[in-house]
Design a protein around this ligand. Structure first.
Ligand SMILES: [Zn+2]
Length: 382
């Protein structure tokens, strides 16, 4: 078995990239998505439940969403039903064929937020007291941006990859032969000049990359130029280089799949390290929390620095619309203020609390996390 849990994700990403190379004008920006998750986590209805509709549409088949819409209409009553019907009208205006999108709306709150999705997510329609952001948060965590540099002695291609898609691309080339005509020069002088030209070309590329690069860096290309290029990078950027490998200058497809494998492997290693860190902190009763109750409390109090969540895990819970107190299982009234409660996926609430205080959120597949109670966190303070 491949050690990497995200292997299917890579296969999917490779397809996306293939698609992307074909139509470069339809890029979505992952940074925008990350900002949207933060914004959405701050939106909620403090008085009544069931006022926000969250819809994820993969841009293909609307039928499952239409079924969900009918089901929601059947169970909603009074003002909530009226709000739902009106909200769905706003939402429909933003659904287009072949455009993956997440739409969060509430007619009552005069709120519509449309988030174009760089990667389609499964269709979903959720009615709740706040936008349902978990799929979006999960996606942004899975697709860290990185910079890919394909380089030889006279040609460089720089790709910014975000969410498994190329968001920006720069080509730079330098013709050594034309710049220094060979005629009349001694072979030794020519070689010296050529070496100097290569050096200045690589230095130029370093200069460009300094302005473009974000996140991790992967360097590829035939021969030795990539190694010299890496040596020319500032030290802080050298530390960001997570992989180097041989590649043809023209085989972009190979380059992308290799890069995504490297990124997924690094992500996997990082998650292992985080888990090890949490384990150490737990053993010495330090800055860590585990299990739903403890982690929920820490997230509500803004103490969470890094939140680890078992991918796909859900658990029934409740939230008080009045004071935002929340817990597992069922509660008709809030034990703190006696306010009305809504039924929720308690994991989604933990994600929202953590998102509001800028915690880093990682969704992982490790069995160890399951044993720790499906969620765990590193804390900022106690
Ligand atoms: Zn309450």
């Amino acid at each position: 078995m491949h050690p990497n849990p995200s292997y299917q994700v890579i296969a999917h990403a490779t397809l996306c990239l293939r698609d992307t190379i074909k139509k470069r004008d339809s890029f979505s920006n992952m940074d925008a998505c990350i900002r949207d998750v933060k914004e959405l986590s701050l939106v909620y209805d403090g008085k009544s439940e069931n006022t926000f509709v969250s819809m994820y549409f993969d841009g293909r088949d609307k039928r499952s969403l239409q079924r969900r819409e009918r089901a929601c209409r059947a169970v909603l009553r009074g003002d909530e039903l009226e709000n739902f019907v009106k909200t769905m009208e706003h939402i429909r205006k933003h659904m287009e064929r072949n455009r993956a999108v997440a739409i969060f709306a509430s007619d009552k709150h005069d709120y519509v937020k449309v988030v174009p999705l760089p990667v389609p997510l499964p269709n979903m329609l959720v009615v709740d007291s706040s936008p349902y952001i978990r799929p979006l948060a999960e996606m942004t965590g899975e697709w860290e941006p990185f910079t890919l540099i394909l380089i030889n002695t006279h040609h460089a291609k720089i790709f910014s990859v975000s969410c498994g898609r190329v968001t920006k691309r720069e080509d730079k080339s330098f013709n050594v032969m034309n710049k220094h005509k060979k005629g009349g020069w001694s072979q030794a002088r020519f070689q010296r000049l050529r070496k100097g030209s290569i050096h200045s070309f690589l230095t130029d590329v370093v200069h460009d990359v300094k302005h473009i690069a974000e996140g991790d860096i992967i360097i590829a290309g035939p021969g030795q130029a990539k190694h010299e290029f890496k040596r020319l990078l500032p030290e802080s950027m050298q530390r960001s280089v997570i992989a180097m490998f041989d590649s043809d200058m023209d085989d972009e497809q190979h380059l992308f799949s290799e890069s995504l494998v490297a990124m997924a492997e690094m992500e996997w290693k990082e998650q292992k390290t985080l888990l090890a860190h949490i384990r150490r902190e737990l053993l010495r009763d330090g800055l860590a929390a585990y299990g739903i109750d403890e982690t929920l409390e820490a997230a509500r109090e803004g103490k969470v620095e890094v939140l680890l969540i078992e991918r796909g895990y859900k658990e029934r819970g409740w939230i008080c619309e009045h004071c935002q107190n929340a817990g597992r299982g069922d509660a008709e009234h809030c034990p703190v203020c006696g306010g009305r409660t809504s039924q929720v996926d308690i994991i989604e609430e933990i994600v929202e609390f953590a998102e509001r205080t800028d915690a880093i959120i990682e969704f992982i597949d490790e069995e160890e996390l399951c044993m720790l109670g499906h969620v765990a966190a590193l804390l900022r303070y106690r």
